[in-house]
Design a protein. Structure first.
Length: 133
């Protein structure tokens, strides 16, 4: 796929439609626009977009930890199969981390399935990982 990739936080409601549509298109789940709005407001959530031109090609969503304000909990991280193995996931995760570090948050939690060896290896290669049971 051609075109420059840009990363940005979700900054206005017009893009909520794009995020909801992107998630639906991945056949992963339905995350309706009103639930996304609630996540961004009531849950203190953040959503970051990777875009090629105006098209959303990957997202990450996290919220601030209640017990640890210096941490965020990554709850959605979606890179479609046709965009994988090209460095996009790494770049988006690094963008999210630097974006949060600039706001004084130095810890990112994310749940990785114990059987998902590819995700575990990816994270261990790039980041300091800790296991929590």
């Amino acid at each position: 796929a051609e075109g420059e990739i840009t990363f940005s936080p979700l900054d206005n409601s017009e893009k909520l439609d794009q995020v909801a549509e992107f998630i639906w298109d991945q056949n992963l789940e339905n995350w309706p626009k009103d639930e996304i709005e609630n996540f961004l407001t009531a849950d203190g959530g953040f959503i970051w977009l990777a875009k090629r031109g105006n098209k959303v090609i990957a997202i990450g969503a996290a919220y601030t930890q209640l017990k640890d304000k210096d941490a965020i909990n990554l709850v959605k991280f979606i890179v479609p199969p046709n965009e994988q193995k090209q460095g996009l996931g790494t770049a988006l995760l690094e963008y999210i981390i630097s974006h949060q570090q600039s706001r004084g948050r130095d810890t990112l939690y994310m749940e990785v399935d114990e059987y998902d060896l590819a995700a575990q290896l990816f994270l261990k290669k790039k980041f300091k990982a800790q296991s929590h049971k």
